[in-house]
Design a protein around this ligand. Structure first.
Ligand code: SAH
Length: 451
């Protein structure tokens, strides 16, 4: 029997989407998950925890490294809870993500068999993120910014992170220096005392416009004009500086109210030849290059015609729908965040789109009410669609669905629900929006089987 603190020799046979190698001491033994290992690694592993059906271990020694391995150059890899694949080549990571999507769709959902298209990998795996939230805390008396360690509230300080634009770290350095110079307090989660909680930064990659939002545990930010001066000096193109008030004891980053202390309360970016206004609370895809790839697939799968009404459910600021508006008769977008719907309405105007309507509502409620829909785009959050949404789609007999998902497991569940209600899977296209991390995006085309 495997026991805690045992040292065992294993060969890694598989790897999970969260970057853990899968191995066994011998057949019949429990599976051991080992972070940062690669398929083919021969390892000496120390067992950290044994559960009924599986165990967790950590690498003591790499006896024989896998060919998949590559050099990791990040000093906080394994600590920060961000990347999980910095130790294997991007090519191996892409193939793994493709296989995970294929397994979810064809083995877990168990619907009509469909070959999965080759994953559309990113050409750039560095500094692709256009958004980040950095907690600010005091560590040993010094003000630090960083990331939360995996499943923890412990901060891993970072000077830089190769997934984010360099300017983000110039901005953070100037905020830390302002905090120290003005002796502004920083938040302590244990006591719920201290002012500066988080810094939230967003950048439009096509426009270079930057938004900085300082989240505070209080009602007023002292020396705000001094901060604005410092920020404007730290990087060019700061278009918006905001304070967000969050005095609750919560893990949710943003409170309800924002105050603009410099510039506009939004930034703009461009995608697929269109202009988009983005408010701090609105969702916006984090990888600009790959979003254009993703939306292009959606457009091809949707293949809409001039006599059709398109419903963009979970529409955010209207990005997907507006890229289709020119090809359809009517577009209706639905989203529950009011700021995002306000953005979507402006975005229609900015792009001269006159056949679109955007509604702030819960997806499940709205879909029951809309009159005519020929095709529907679903792009729900990680938890997937509410069952009610899928049932209504089926009851109404909507012909065609393009489902965009950032979670293969909930996608597989929802595809199965639709399959059982008379729909067939037609196409599956994985897109890597999140290189080096344990996330993958998928677009599927589903259509109603003729009765
Ligand atoms: N399609 C958009 C947004 C996708 S993210 C894009 O590509 O940018 C998913 C969106 O669904 C978020 O904006 C979120 O606020 C919204 N959402 C989550 N649950 C919802 C619900 N029950 N009803 C309507 N919108 C919802």
């Amino acid at each position: 029997m495997l026991q805690k603190n045992d040292i065992v020799k294993v060969t890694v046979k598989d790897i999970t989407l969260d970057g853990k190698g899968v191995c066994k001491v011998s057949d019949g033994d429990p599976v051991i998950f080992v972070p940062c290992s690669a398929i083919g690694d021969v390892l000496e592993v120390k067992i950290l925890k044994v559960l009924k059906h599986f165990a967790f271990g950590k690498i003591e020694k790499v006896i024989n490294p896998s060919d998949d391995r590559c050099e990791n150059t990040c000093s906080i890899f394994e600590k920060c809870g961000g990347c999980v694949f910095r130790h294997i080549s991007y090519d191996c990571e892409s193939k793994l993500k493709e296989r995970i999507v294929s397994d979810a769709i064809n083995k877990i959902a168990k619907v009509n068999y469909v070959p999965v298209n080759s994953i559309l990998s990113a050409s750039d795996v560095y500094r692709y993120r256009n958004k980040a939230i950095f907690p600010i805390r005091k560590i040993k008396g010094k003000v630090k910014f960083g990331f939360f360690a995996l499943n923890s509230h412990r901060i891993v300080p970072c000077g830089d992170c190769v997934l984010h634009p360099k300017e983000f770290f110039d901005i953070l350095a100037s905020i830390v220096s302002w905090i120290e110079k003005m002796d502004v307090s920083v938040y302590d989660e244990k006591t719920h005392i201290g002012l500066i909680r988080n810094v939230y930064i967003r950048k439009g990659f096509a426009t270079d416009e930057i938004m900085v939002c300082v989240v505070i545990n209080g009602k007023k930010l002292p020396h705000a004009s001094d901060l604005v001066t410092k920020l404007k000096r730290s990087v060019a193109n700061i278009k918006s500086v905001l304070i967000n008030f969050n005095t609750k004891k919560t893990n949710v980053v943003l409170g309800d109210i924002c105050e603009t202390i410099f510039g506009q309360d939004y930034i703009e970016d461009e995608l697929c030849g269109l202009k988009f206004r983005i408010s701090p609370k609105s969702f916006y895809q984090i990888n600009h290059e790959q979003t254009e790839v993703l939306y292009d697939i959606v457009r091809k799968f949707a293949n809409v015609s001039q006599d059709q009404t398109v419903l963009d459910l979970y529409c955010g600021i209207g990005t997907i729908g507006l890229t289709l508006a020119g090809s359809c008769e009517k577009l209706v977008g639905v989203e529950m965040i009011p700021d995002a719907i306000a953005n979507a309405k402006v975005n229609a105007r900015l792009n001269g789109v006159t056949n679109a309507k955007f509604v702030c509502a819960d997806a499940a409620d709205f879909i029951k009410e809309i009159e005519k829909v020929d095709m529907i785009v679903l792009d729900p959050p990680r938890k997937g669609c509410a069952k009610d949404v899928l049932t209504t789609i089926a009851n109404r007999g909507i012909e065609k669905i393009v489902y965009v998902s950032c979670n293969p497991a909930t996608l597989a569940r929802d595809v199965k629900i639709l399959y059982d209600k008379g729909y067939e899977l037609k196409k599956v296209q994985p897109v890597d929006m999140f290189p080096r991390t344990g996330h993958v995006e998928v677009v599927v085309l589903i259509s109603r089987v003729e009765s």
